[in-house]
Design a protein. Structure first.
Lengths: 795, 94
């Protein structure tokens, strides 16, 4: 057979019996299958006699395993160790051999053999990428002999900025109309859109439906199948109908493989229950379900392609895993590339600490609570990727924190770095795996951000934005992974060091700002809000330059607010809530965090109203205009919206409350609205797992009806919705000094008295001298300690 | 975050809760001052967290003291300003 040369993108890759199966998208648009023979190796470590005994036994297994002696670097020990290398001829045989070896020599079984496993649970797709110097969706040159890959090379790297995505042929499948979960009983015609056009198909003629889907698949031969609820409903349902009607549905391109279905699961993550829907994986074609894709709305297909390229995970996998898996894959790839051993099930207990050391170290980022109120001319500063930058700067990694090497201790490379506050020494001689992974990622994200900023507003800029946002999520997760007990390269001391460095950096920034006469209003972990009467752009630039220079971490000006509001806490009226604020920048753009319009559990009617109100308030140039616009326009709008609610003119879709289930429906003991709705859905035969969401509308008499079961005769409980609306309104009015009683008075159209001017203010939190440099902040306090009142009350 | 220890924010909330019966027995006007004192401590949580003191209540009390002293300083500055601006007559001897 003659060898041919071909330029193609790597669409997908997965392990097969003969090696790695690759699906290539050729320049001319053809999709073809190729196979690369690919042996894979795992390692056993232990005492000499144990390794020799294992060798003898493995040699008798007759599975085509190749055995060899090797020495490789173990990062936690900081030195090379003796190993028995076991090489299987292909990825499937590798997995089988590992499974069997683990059964024969269970790690930590305590039977005296004491063998440790390394490189024993590697993802073949990632290892293939590293070994061949390629990655998913890379533009490559292949030398093929039939299906067999003889060689592959690429000029691209994972870090290229201008890599165009492959020319995907996309076919979309969804139900017509609004996006609603079909597994709750919602049905609409199936909409199938290919480059040839869009067709709408009725479910009541299944034969025709399956036949048409089949024909469209064959005609378009798409690379990507983009669906809404394809994982949990559309594809399983289509497969069911296809077997019922005995019509073959070519969802896979690889005819040798069946469609892979993974079942749903619920698990705890960060103190809440999360539900992962079942999933449908295709071979040779990429199925992406926008409903199950992690943060699909935030970065879309462009972000997914970026993630697949940088993390080396195939696109279908990236679309169904969290960014934690992404960062973990990158660390494995980096260690593998350097020939370092990759620990299997890590055994890294926490180091011993005294109680006082624990009190010092076991803390997160620093939060300075803001004083509730309305402020003018506020500067917001954000450290760029603070934690990852600190990990790189201080070389924070599982194997470097608290483990200075002998050269380091002898004073080479300036000796070990010492972590502020907690005093852990950090090795500076050997770069840690975590900084090694993060450094190129930080550089790439910064470059993408810069490139985006250089472009005018438009689709090209949007693509760059999405790509950098996808990378941002990797950077955000990498910190959590340092402290995660199951992370291969995680260790709690490295995690603690990161937060300690973060606290120190934030305090340095605070000190610099205060020394320059700024008043410190609020700070959370890596962002700070400061103000100084009459400060100019040049002053701000000088401030960030000094902070950046002193801390060694880049800090950017997020913007200057014309006005910025910190609403008070509902629980403690005199206290604010961290990370809950909204304001208008000088260009009129609104930024908000933590208020109703940003929260996922806010109903659309309220969210839309608040956004509309904020758009009105964005016109305010200062606090006085803010108050005037509240009086003149916002209350008028509120009256209109509440009147619409009273008249029943708000559609139930706008009133549906979305709530995540923490238990299966039958385990709810109370009659909370969510329990009522979940029980009703369950009674209708809908399967609900913990972590899934239900949508319901509050009805008269304290009831709740699932939105999917809404009937024309149901009555909306307007009183409860009015209450939710007033709470939303309070977020906007409280910083300006208008509490519930004043809102209600204005909504009834009474008490339109002139707003009192600024009440004389007792500065409880500011000692005199600072006040003199920064006179009377424009703050309407919510609640003050009225000394006169207190004295009067005591008689 | 899988932390081992109770954060300072939680410790403050717990301290306030523990003193619930004490607060109940206070006169209404004093209850308000009790709440305000805790608000002063709550505003200084970042500093309390940096203190990493094994006895958090003393740091909470310190926060209240600093808040009160700061208020007194503010009042003193206001009194100075008022006396200066309005040319207050010299204080008469009793």
């Amino acid at each position: 057979m003659i060898a041919t040369s071909l330029r193609a993108w790597i669409l997908d890759l997965y392990p097969g019996n003969e090696g790695i199966v690759l699906w290539l998208k050729a320049e001319d648009g053809r999709a073809l299958r190729a196979v690369d023979r690919f042996p894979m190796t795992f390692f056993l470590a232990g005492e000499g006699p144990d390794l020799r005994a294992a060798w003898k036994e493995l040699a008798g297994w007759k599975k085509g395993l190749r055995l060899a002696r090797e020495r490789r670097f173990e990062i936690h020990l900081g030195e090379e160790i003796d190993l028995l290398a076991v090489t299987a001829p292909d990825p499937i045989a590798y997995r089988a051999a590992v499974r069997e070896a683990l059964k024969r020599w269970p790690p930590g079984a305590g039977d005296g053999t004491g063998l440790s496993f390394y490189n024993a649970d590697l993802d073949p797709a990632i290892v293939y990428g590293i070994e061949r110097g390629v990655f998913p969706l890379a533009d490559c040159r292949f030398t093929l002999e039939g299906e067999r890959v003889l060689g592959v090379e690429t000029d691209q790297t994972r870090w290229d900025l201008d890599a165009a995505p492959p020319p995907f042929c996309v076919l979309t499948l969804r139900l017509a109309g609004e996006l609603r979960d079909p597994s709750r009983g919602y049905r609409a015609p199936l909409e199938i859109a290919s480059p040839a056009g869009t067709r709408s198909l009725a479910w009541d003629s299944p034969r025709e439906l399956v036949q048409t889907v089949r024909e469209t698949l064959l005609a378009a031969d798409p690379d990507v199948l983009l669906t809404a609820w394809g994982d949990s409903f559309l594809l399983p349902e289509l497969l069911r109908l296809s077997s019922e009607q005995r019509i073959d549905l070519p969802l896979n391109r690889d005819a040798r493989r069946d469609v892979l279905r993974k079942s749903e699961r619920s698990y705890f993550s960060y103190g809440r229950i999360v539900h992962r829907a079942s999933s449908v994986w295709l071979f040779g074609r990429l199925h992406i379900d926008r409903q199950t894709t992690f943060l699909a709305d935030e970065y879309g297909l462009d972000g997914l392609v970026e993630l697949a390229r940088t993390t080396l995970q195939p696109l279908q996998q990236v679309a169904r895993t969290s960014s934690g898996t992404g960062i973990s894959s990158m660390q494995v790839a980096e260690a593998y590339r350097r020939g370092w051993l990759i620990p299997f099930r890590k055994r890294q207990p926490e180091d011993f600490k005294t109680a006082l050391e624990l009190v010092r170290a076991d803390k997160g980022g620093l939060t300075f609570q803001p004083e509730p109120g309305l402020y003018e001319h506020v500067l917001e500063l954000d450290f760029a990727s603070m934690y990852p930058s600190l990990m790189v700067k201080y070389n924070l990694s599982a194997e470097t924190v608290g483990r200075p090497c002998p050269q380091c201790l002898a004073g080479q490379n300036g000796g070990p770095a010492v972590i502020p506050e907690i005093g852990y020494p950090v090795c500076q001689c050997r770069k840690g795996i975590v900084p090694l992974t993060l450094e190129p990622l930080l550089t790439k994200r910064l470059a993408l951000k810069r490139a985006a900023r250089a472009l005018p507003e438009g689709p090209e800029r949007e693509v760059l934005r999405r790509r950098q946002v996808a990378l941002k999520w990797l950077l955000v997760t990498c910190f959590g992974y340092l402290g995660y007990k199951n992370a291969r390269f995680g260790r709690i001391e490295a995690h603690e060091s990161t937060t300690a460095c973060g606290r120190d950096t934030l305090l340095q920034a605070k000190e610099i700002a205060e020394a320059r006469g700024y008043r410190f209003l609020h700070a959370i972990t890596d962002a700070l809000w400061v103000r100084r009467e009459g400060s100019t752009d040049e002053d701000h630039q000088a401030l960030v330059e000094e902070i950046g220079r002193t801390t060694g971490v880049r800090i950017d000006i997020e913007g200057v607010y014309r006005w910025l509001a910190f609403p008070p806490s509902r629980q403690y009226a005199a206290s604010p809530v961290a990370n809950r604020y909204f304001g208008a920048f000088e260009d009129g753009k609104i930024k908000m965090r933590g208020i109703e319009a940003r929260r996922h559990d806010t109903i659309r009617w309220i969210r839309d109203a608040q956004v509309e109100m904020l758009e009105i308030l964005a016109r305010a140039q200062n606090a006085a205009e803010y108050r005037a616009l509240l009086e003149e326009e916002v209350f008028a709008l509120a009256r209109v919206r509440l009147e619409e609610l009273r008249r029943g003119a708000v559609p139930p879709r706008m009133l549906a409350i979305c709530h995540r289930l923490s238990h299966p429906p039958e385990e709810y003991r109370t009659n909370l609205p969510v329990a009522l709705a979940a029980r009703e859905l369950a009674a209708r035969g809908v399967h609900l797992a913990p972590g899934e969401s239900v949508e319901y509308v509050l009805t008269l008499g304290g009831g709740a009806r699932p939105y999917d079961a809404w009937r024309e005769t149901d009555c909306v409980d307007t009183a409860r919705y009015r209450e939710l609306f007033l709470r939303m309104l309070e977020s906007l009015t409280m910083p300006a000094g208008l509490d519930r009683a004043k809102i209600v008075a204005r909504l009834e159209g009474v008490g339109q008295e002139e707003l009192p001017g600024m009440p004389p203010r007792l500065e409880w939190w500011q000692p005199g001298p600072v006040e003199q440099t920064d006179p009377v902040p424009v703050v309407a306090s919510i609640r003050e300690w009225k000394l006169e009142e207190a004295i009067k009350a005591r008689g | 975050m899988g932390r081992t220890l109770v954060s300072i924010t939680q410790q403050l909330a717990q301290a306030e809760e523990r003193l619930g019966r004490y607060r109940r027995a206070l006169a209404r006007a004093d209850q308000k001052i009790f709440d305000d004192l805790f608000a002063l401590a709550r505003r200084r949580l970042a500093a309390a967290s940096m203190a990493a003191d094994p006895l958090p209540m003393q740091i909470i009390l310190l926060g209240m003291l600093i808040g009160t002293a700061s208020a007194v300083a503010g009042l003193a500055a206001r009194v100075d300003a008022l006396e200066h601006d309005r040319n207050f007559p010299p204080r008469l001897d009793p």
